[in-house]
Ligand binder design. Structure first.
Ligand SMILES: [Ca+2]
Ligand SMILES: [Ca+2]
Length: 132
């Protein structure tokens, strides 16, 4: 089985650079499989519009979608991430989640269940889609 993930864009990302902008790209992980979008330079509202395909093995896995700011001389800054359990896709109509904006979350595990915390990174992403 294959999972298709379409990364469209993000909006309202925080600035991670001195120039008030970021150079965002998206890293996607499913188990040991990884993929990356290209880097959109100097943007807080990047558009990637790229599609990735992953092999689905274990349905208990989560798709981890991270947005990072590319930096030339330092390690890249983490902006936020979204975790999507595969089970959620399997439960969806037509095995597709459609095109949806997701709120980026901070990396800390603790924040995951705190719906009302103010820790959410202000920004968004993507959409993913289907299976089969
Ligand atoms: Ca930076
Ligand atoms: Ca940067």
């Amino acid at each position: 089985m294959k999972l298709l993930v379409q990364v469209i864009g993000a909006r309202g990302l925080p600035s991670m650079d001195m120039n008030g902008l970021s150079d965002p790209y998206v890293r996607i992980q499913l188990g040991k499989q990884r993929a990356k979008t290209r880097i959109v330079k100097k943007s807080l509202n990047p558009l990637w519009d790229e599609e990735f395909s992953f092999r689905v093995g274990d349905l208990r896995e989560e798709l981890i979608v991270s947005v990072l700011d590319e930096d030339k001389y330092f390690s890249d800054d983490f902006i936020g991430q979204v975790k999507l359990p595969l089970a959620k896709v399997m439960d969806a109509d037509n095995l597709s989640l459609g095109t949806v904006w997701y709120q980026l979350q901070p990396r800390s595990k603790r924040a995951k269940n705190q719906e009302c915390g103010n820790a959410t990174v202000h920004g968004l992403i993507i959409s993913r889609r289907s299976v089969c």
